[in-house]
Design a protein around this ligand. Sequence first.
Ligand code: C5J
Length: 234
Amino acid sequence: MAQIAAQPYDYTLPTGDRLALIIIDMQRDFLEPGGFGEALGNDVTPLREIVPTVQTLQQAFRDRGWLIIQTVEGHHPDLSDCPPAKRDRGNSELKIGDVGPMGRILVLGEPGNGIIPELTPQANETVIAKPGKGAFYATALATTLQRHGITHLLFTGVTTEVCVQSTMREANDRGYECLLIEDGTASYFPEFKQATLDMVRAQGGIVGWTATAEQVLAGLAQLAAETTATTLHP
Ligand code: C5J
């Protein structure tokens, strides 16, 4: 059986049709100046460092025809799905729904809400719009994964300690085998990213596993080779 050399111990891969790559919120709102991330007072540049790694992982899944799901955090234009508690939080001048340099902040369909060009999904790939931090809350993610028979999830995206971790915890509680790709996720705060990696894999993998993209790609290559061998010699 194909495995990823992960922490706290090896992660056993299922067949490719039960595995999905989850790319969380790689949208302009978080990665480019003028969006929600910067409105909250963050320097967005550290988030861009993971873009080539996420592209490589996206391509590896595309090459094998395995499921890729991207999410974007955003709200309907009338903000009916944005609780006042979320909109009012913080002291930023630009709040959710206000007009910023990339259109209305964190509103679906606005330029800032789009996925960065480097990771533009293909027409047949799934994008889930989510109003919360966790991608299972008020979305079709659970039914989408069930429809595809997915049991194992590999996580990338931003930010590690907010939407990525929230979604991974939701998935863990729903019985998915979750692995967070260390250099495929980023935070505005390196120490929060590190703490999340440590928390996820503590206590025997209480939320799941972590591994580098290189370790993941090696495991995926092994899985693809095993799949080919089984197809040729069933
Ligand atoms: C935040 C996210 N940080 N995608 N969203 O508000 O992590």
